[in-house]
Design a protein around this ligand. Sequence first.
Ligand code: NAD
Ligand code: DAO
Ligand code: ZN
Length: 369
Amino acid sequence: MKVKAALAYQAGKPLTIEMVDLGNPQAGEVLIEIKASGVCHTDAYTLSGKDPEGLFPAILGHEGAGIVVEVGKDVKSLQVGDRVIPLYTPECRQCEYCLSRKTNLCQAIRVTQGKGVMPDGTSRFSIDGEKIHHYMGTSTFANYTVLPEIAVAKIREDAPFDKVCYIGCGVTTGIGAVINTAKVEAGANVVVFGLGGIGLNVVQAARMVGANMIIGVDINPGRKALAEKFGMTHFVNPQEIDGDIVSYLVDLTKGGADYSFECIGNVNVMRQALECCHKGWGVSVIIGVAAGGEEIRTRPFQLVTGRVWKGSAFGGARGRTDVPKIVDWYMDGKINIDDLITHVMPIEKINDAFDLMHKGESIRSVVTF
Ligand code: NAD
Ligand code: DAO
Ligand code: ZN
């Protein structure tokens, strides 16, 4: 079938809207009509060419929501008409990783997903007979896409696509990092570096679990008001303080953060995030994705004296299990998504979404089909 897609022909170039060919879902796969997709920093990172795993031409997008319109042979858990969210982190419930209960990093289709193809090693997308790569196994910048059943979360029937698509990445990543990865407890002092689409979800989750101080650190003063609405108690602009940001935060928290989160992708900030943690027990979680080849540094004594460095992918969430619950939290008014979706536009305007992100004017742009 012919589908409408925003195609990334090569790194560093704007996306172009094209009609491309999409093959039928094979055994264990489903065809999804994508109704809306968020535009995340990670799409921009891959498009920039800095992503060592980036493949072109590709259909980017990993934060979608839509409806199942066809199921392949042997599909058991999904039916035509189901509302769904595609998962860039699948949940097969059978691999060594899923069964370990120690990680959400299901490996069932990791190798082929990383090569931009479906589990049988081929792509469903092409244009004029030329292969187009899938992206993160999801390719949600197209009005139809194909996914393996194990990479699809079924959600409730009344969930609005143009809001819950954000649960496909940003919301789950930020909230999950607090609840699943750090396991922040009531009364904790939390520092969040970067108050964008991920960091603001860290802030709202810290408030949900009853954190005491929720300190937001950002060089963009425009982020202060919205972060306060989401629960931030103190704002720090590193460019406006005297002296070192680490000492400033240790003083402000009277000894250091119980938990810190790096939501930028800057290795220098990752060091600050670790070192502002409390001696003996502070835990720092890296969420931001740094450019290929970058390395983190600290003095090993920081770890010897009890600070812990962790990382979090997709908020440690098991998508098929956890994503429907987060959709319920949104529908029940327990989390705020609406105020984070600052721009909605048709897919034809998708390059504007990247421009708004680069100018720091949007939190999340959503494209619709
Ligand atoms: P964003 O651009 O919306 O937000 C980043 C924020 O950081 C902005 O508010 C910016 O002003 C601020 N910032 C930039 N440099 C700073 C500095 N030196 N000090 C303080 N603040 C600074 O980005 P986002 O969508 O929130 O994504 C954040 C990061 O998370 C990206 O690296 C993205 O790739 C990554 N990410 C990771 C996962 C995961 O599963 N680990 C999932 C999604 C996104
Ligand atoms: O190696 O098993 C694996 C999975 C790697 C993918 C982790 C994805 C999280 C970081 C990328 C940000 C996604 C928007
Ligand atoms: Zn698995």
